[in-house]
Ligand binder design. Structure first.
Ligand SMILES: *Cc1c(COP(=O)(O)O)cnc(C)c1O
Length: 454
């Protein structure tokens, strides 16, 4: 038997073991990090080991790995397993294309392009726009920032110096925006963090005031980043109003939809991103609410040329055949690039746009179900905006951080905590496509019995 055939069999045995463990032991056994880093069993040595020994080790590693696809994982903005997307990703691993050229990626490049075309249409952005799959929302935000920088100061890229560029986002926006200002040479101190209102959306009056104050000082406002689904509360910025401001001052408008941008798939919830068609750049993560394997991030640009101008560089050894329109390497940050398109294409093709909308609708319904439970129970306090997939609450007067830690260390379930303004709370994220009411009921039961037994 060839080694690959043999290893495919090993894989299916290990996959079986993983699925069983997810059921029987949904929160992994925790090794103290000190012991994990020092475990001789996992050290790399001079001598080989045989397959049966290797399988044992891999099984043990599976046992010790947090089970993000189990029904007890509520900890992050991803979780669960959307099986059709998983299928597509397995194939992508086996095909192992690199997505820089049509020559190396072939039809895969066309599938990726189809994702951009269809996503632009759903977002209401012109089909003459373009896109690129990127390794995460943080990188999408970085690319948007670089496009905006080059638009406001076209020599900056070349000379490395220029105007003082100022960017604006809400105080609840993702932390990548701050880092990205540093990466881009625009300076972290030139990111203005604008206050949010009680609903978690940016205060547009404060935004305007801040922009005007920068103009007065001789700075050049170059980018406003709106968030569609803030990382903690899942709040939506008022996109239409922000677009008005960007138009008025001629500023690049990016919408960070890493968390909840996929509301574009839902007829019921796309109103939350009203005005999105006016964005210059927009990104969403299919590995969050849609349940595709990580990473699966779509970055879109209204203006195809701007995307290319910021990321193109000549490389005669690489771009040897086909025009630039067919070689995505001319608009990407990386050189070699993993195929993140096939998993989303497979999911989208199999379920249809309607099916993806249904995934989104079901998440919102389930979040409402959880919120209803909280509202009907006097032992709970609820926080956060109404239309959100982040269910923020406290139970009795338990300290949220302590309770989350206890749930985790006792192997009950994984959930995190967050804060908004002066409130600290537990944050139950409803993104796992495999969760139903049953898992939500189970979540509260487990939480209550763990809290009441302390
Ligand atoms: C998760 C998130 C990001 C970062 O996405 P990664 O894929 O983890 O890099 C950016 N913005 C928002 C609003 C997010 O929720």
């Amino acid at each position: 038997m060839s080694e690959l055939k043999n290893d495919l069999e090993l894989f299916s045995r290990l996959a079986q073991h993983l699925l069983e463990t997810e059921e029987s032991n949904p929160v992994a056994k925790r090794l103290k990090p000190e012991s994990a880093f020092d475990e001789p069993e996992f050290s790399l040595n001079q001598n080989p080991i045989d397959d049966s020994n290797l399988v044992d080790k891999l099984k043990k590693i599976i046992d010790l790995t947090p089970k993000t696809s189990s029904k007890k994982f509520f900890n992050q903005l991803f979780g669960g397993r959307n099986s059709k997307a998983f299928l597509g990703d397995l194939l992508a691993v086996m095909l192992n294309n690199s997505m820089y050229t049509y020559k190396a990626g072939g039809i895969q490049v066309a599938l990726e392009h189809e994702i951009f075309k269809s996503s632009l249409k759903l977002a209401g952005m012109p089909e003459s726009g373009d896109g690129i799959m990127v390794p995460g929302g943080s990188m999408a935000n970085f690319m948007a920032l670089l496009i905006a920088r080059d638009r406001a100061d076209k020599n900056r890229k070349n000379t490395g110096h220029g105007k003082t560029l100022t960017a604006y986002t809400s105080e609840d926006a993702h932390y990548s925006n701050l880092k990205n200002m540093g990466f881009a040479g625009a300076g972290e101190e030139n990111l203005r963090k604008i206050t949010t209102g009680a609903g978690g959306g940016i205060d547009t009056q404060a935004l305007k005031t801040s922009i005007e104050s920068d103009i007065e000082k001789g700075n050049t406002p170059f980018l406003v980043i709106a968030t569609a689904g803030t990382t903690v509360c899942g709040a939506f910025d008022p996109i239409d109003e922000i677009a008005d401001i960007c138009d008025r001052y001629n500023i690049h408008f990016h919408v960070d939809g890493a968390y909840c941008g996929c509301v574009i798939f839902s007829d019921h919830f796309k109103h939350l991103v009203k005005g999105l068609h006016r964005a210059d750049t927009f990104c969403y993560n299919a590995h969050k609410v849609l349940g595709a394997p990580q990473n699966c991030s779509v970055m879109l640009s209204r203006d195809a040329d701007r995307l290319r101008q910021s990321f193109n560089s000549t490389a005669d050894y690489l771009f040897q055949t086909d025009g630039d329109d067919y070689n995505p390497g001319v608009k990407s940050m990386q050189c070699g690039r993993r195929n993140d398109a096939l998993k989303l294409w497979t999911l989208w093709k199999s379920k249809g746009t309607k099916g993806l909308g249904h995934i989104v609708d079901e998440r919102f319904k389930l979040a409402d179900y959880a919120k209803q439970y909280i509202k009907n129970n006097q032992d709970y306090t609820i926080y956060g905006p109404p239309n959100s997939l982040s269910v923020c609450f406290n139970y009795k007067n338990h300290n949220p951080a302590d309770l989350c830690r206890k749930l985790y260390l006792e192997g009950e379930l994984m959930v995190g905590h967050g804060s908004f303004k002066n409130d600290k709370f537990i944050r139950l994220v409803v993104v796992n496509p495999n969760h139903t009411k049953e898992e939500i009921d189970g979540f509260f039961q487990t939480l209550e019995s763990c809290a009441d037994n302390s």
